[in-house]
Design a protein around this ligand. Structure first.
Ligand code: KIV
Ligand code: ZN
Length: 516
C-alpha cells in the first residue's frame, strides 16, 4: 500500500485573501461544504483576527463541517492565537496554523523595530523565541498545531533547521515549509525538504507540509518535488488562486499524484470526481474565470480539435488523453434540455450537477428555465448553473429589480429608468449615463441611495449563439469591503442591473465593522 499524502486546502484563506473580493460567511460555508465533499483532509477556513467576518466564517465552518480538520491562521502573536482559539472552539478536529518569517529578508524587513533586537543576530534570537511561544500558546487551544516558517525558500538553512527543531520541541505536529515568494525551482525545493528530513533531529515527530506560490509558474512542480522528497501534506488552492500569481493548484497536484501514481508512489484521499464541480463553484463565487486551457479543469482540458488528434482519439482515446474526464467530474454527455423538458427532467439534471433544490427553489428555477428555453432552442448545463446562481439567492434580498427600461442608440443620450422593491416598498428613478449600463447603474445608485464603487465589470456569454445567456460579474467596493455580484439574462443590460443589485444585497448583508 502506498503512503497517503494529506491535502490541505487554503482557498478560503490564502485564496480569498488575494482575490480582492470578500466572500460572505454563507458563501464560505458553501465552498467548505464542497471541499468536504471533495474529501480534503484540512480546510484552512480563514484568519480570525483579520476581521469580524473572517472570525464569524471560521466559527460557522467549525460548527457545520464535520469530516475534515478545520484550521485557522494566525501570526506568532498572542492576540491572533487567542482569536483562533475562540473561533475553532466548536470544531470536531481543530488546528491552529501559526508562524513567523524565517528568512533574513523577512526578519530584517518586517521586524525593523528595535524591540525585536538591534542586530540581525539579536532579531533571530527574538523571532525564534516568538515562534516557540506561539506554538506553546496554540497548543493550549488545540492538540494539532501547524507551524509555518514563512519564506523558507530564501531562509538560511541552519537557522531554518534550528527553528523547525525548536517548534517541534514546543509541540508543533505539522511543519509547513512555504516558498512564500515562489522563488525556488523544483530540484532546489525538493532538496530543501530532503535536507530538513536529514538534518532536523526530531523531524519524525511532525509531518512536513509544502506550501508553494506560483510567481515563476513552478508552484505545482515544486509541490510535487516536495512530495518526492518526503513531504506528506500538500497545501494549495482550487484553481490555483492566491497571492500575486497564486498558490499551487490543488486539482493539478492531486491529478498528477493520481495519474502518475506509478512515479510518485503515494496517494491522496481526494474524491477526484468532485474536482470540476469544486473548481466551478470557487470560480463562480469569487468571480475569477478559469482559463479554457487550464490543466485538469479548463473548458478545453479534454477537448481535441486538430485533425490528427481527433482522428487518433476516436480510434483509441489513450493516444491523446492521459486522464478520463469522468475522473475529474466532467460528464461526457452534454445532455441538452429544451422547453419540453418537464420539472422532473430539470430536477434530475440539477441533481447530476450537484444541486438538490427545495420544492420552492425548484419551482423558481423551473419558471426561469422555461423563460430561457423559450428564447433559446437548447439549454446547456452552463445555462442552468447561471440560472441557479442568479435565481436561488442564499441571502435575503433588500433590493429587488422590478422593472428596467433603457433608451439608447447611436444618436440618443443613454437613459435608464428603474423600479426597485426595497424592503417591500416600490421606488423608481431615472438617470442618464455614458452608455446604457452606466445609466442603469446611476439610476440604481440614486434609487437605493447607495455609494458603492464599481471596481470591476465583466461580461461573458455563458453558451454560444446570439441568444446565449449573458452573465455579468461586478466587483463593488464600499467602506473598504469588496463583494462580487452576479446576474444572468439573455438581455445583457438586465444581466448588468441584476449583477449590480446582487452586489448591493451582499454589501447590505455584511456584519457591521467592529473589533473581534
Ligand atoms: O505563503 C505563505 O508563507 C503563507 C503562510 C501564511 C503559510 O501563506
Ligand atoms: Zn501562502
Amino acid at each position: 500500500m502506498s503512503e497517503k499524502v494529506a491535502v490541505f486546502d487554503t482557498t478560503l484563506r490564502d485564496g480569498e485573501q488575494a482575490a480582492g473580493t470578500r466572500l460572505g460567511s454563507r458563501e464560505k460555508l458553501m465552498i467548505a461544504r464542497q471541499l468536504a465533499q471533495l474529501n480534503v483532509d484540512v480546510i484552512e477556513a480563514g484568519y480570525p483576527n483579520s476581521s469580524p467576518e473572517d472570525f464569524e466564517a471560521v466559527q460557522l465552518i467549525c460548527q457545520e463541517i464535520q469530516g475534515p480538520t478545520i484550521c485557522a491562521l494566525s501570526r506568532a502573536v498572542p492576540d491572533d492565537i487567542n482569536a483562533c482559539g475562540k473561533a475553532i472552539a466548536k470544531a470536531k478536529r481543530p488546528r491552529i496554523h501559526t508562524g513567523i518569517g524565517a528568512s533574513d529578508i523577512h526578519i530584517s524587513g518586517k521586524f525593523r523595530d528595535e524591540r525585536y533586537g538591534k542586530t540581525l543576530a539579536e532579531k533571530r534570537v527574538k523571532i525564534l523565541q516568538m515562534a516557540i511561544d506561539a506554538v506553546k500558546l496554540a497548543r493550549q487551544f488545540a492538540d494539532d498545531v501547524e507551524f509555518y516558517a514563512e519564506d523558507s525558500g530564501r531562509a538560511d538553512l541552519s537557522y531554518l533547521f534550528e527553528m523547525i527543531e525548536a517548534v517541534i520541541q514546543a509541540g508543533a505536529t505539522v511543519v509547513n515549509i512555504p516558498d512564500t515568494t515562489g522563488y525556488t525551482v523544483p530540484e532546489q525545493y525538493g532538496c530543501l525538504i530532503r535536507s530538513i528530513r536529514e538534518r532536523v533531529p526530531n523531524i519524525s515527530r511532525a509531518t512536513i507540509s509544502v506550501h508553494c506560490h506560483d510567481d515563476l509558474g513552478l508552484a505545482v512542480a515544486n509541490t510535487l518535488a516536495g512530495v518526492q522528497n518526503g513531504a506528506r501534506q500538500v497545501e494549495g488552492t482550487i484553481n490555483g488562486i492566491g497571492e500575486r500569481a497564486g498558490n499551487a493548484a490543488l486539482e493539478e497536484v492531486v491529478m498528477a499524484l493520481r495519474t502518475r501514481g506509478d512515479y510518485f508512489g503515494v496517494h491522496t484521499g481526494i474524491e477526484t470526481r468532485e474536482l470540476y464541480r469544486t473548481s466551478r463553484l470557487v470560480s463562480d463565487l469569487l468571480g475569477i474565470q478559469v482559463p479554457p486551457n487550464k490543466a485538469v479543469v479548463g473548458g478545453n482540458a479534454f477537448s481535441h480539435s486538430s485533425g490528427i488528434h481527433v482522428d487518433g482519439f476516436l480510434k483509441e482515446r489513450t493516444t491523446y488523453e492521459i486522464m478520463l474526464p469522468e475522473h475529474v467530474g466532467i460528464s461526457e454527455s452534454r445532455v441538452v434540455l429544451t422547453a419540453r423538458t418537464g420539472r422532473h427532467g430539470l430536477r434530475d439534471r440539477l441533481k447530476k450537477l450537484g444541486y438538490t433544490l427545495s420544492h420552492h427553489d425548484l419551482n423558481q428555477a423551473y419558471q426561469r428555465f422555461l423563460a430561457v428555453a423559450d428564447k433559446k432552442q437548447e439549454v446547456f448545463d452552463e445555462d442552468l448553473l447561471a440560472i441557479l446562481r442568479d435565481e436561488i439567492h442564499p441571502l435575503p434580498e433588500v433590493y429587488h429589480l422590478d422593472y428596467l427600461h433603457i433608451n439608447s442608440g447611436t444618436s440618443a443620450i443613454p437613459t435608464a429608468t428603474v423600479r426597485l422593491k426595497i424592503k417591500d416598498e416600490t421606488h423608481q428613478g431615472a438617470a442618464i449615463g455614458d452608455g446604457p449600463v452606466d445609466a442603469t447603474y446611476k439610476a440604481i445608485s440614486e434609487v437605493t441611495k447607495t455609494s458603492a464603487k464599481l471596481q470591476r465589470y465583466e461580461i461573458r456569454a455563458v453558451t454560444s449563439g446570439t441568444e446565449a445567456l449573458g452573465e455579468v460579474t461586478v466587483q463593488l467596493e464600499q467602506d473598504g469591503r469588496k463583494v462580487v455580484g452576479r446576474g444572468a439574462s439573455t438581455d445583457v443590460i438586465e444581466a448588468s442591473a441584476k449583477a449590480y443589485i446582487d452586489g448591493l444585497n451582499k454589501l447590505a448583508s455584511l456584519v457591521p465593522k467592529a473589533g473581534v
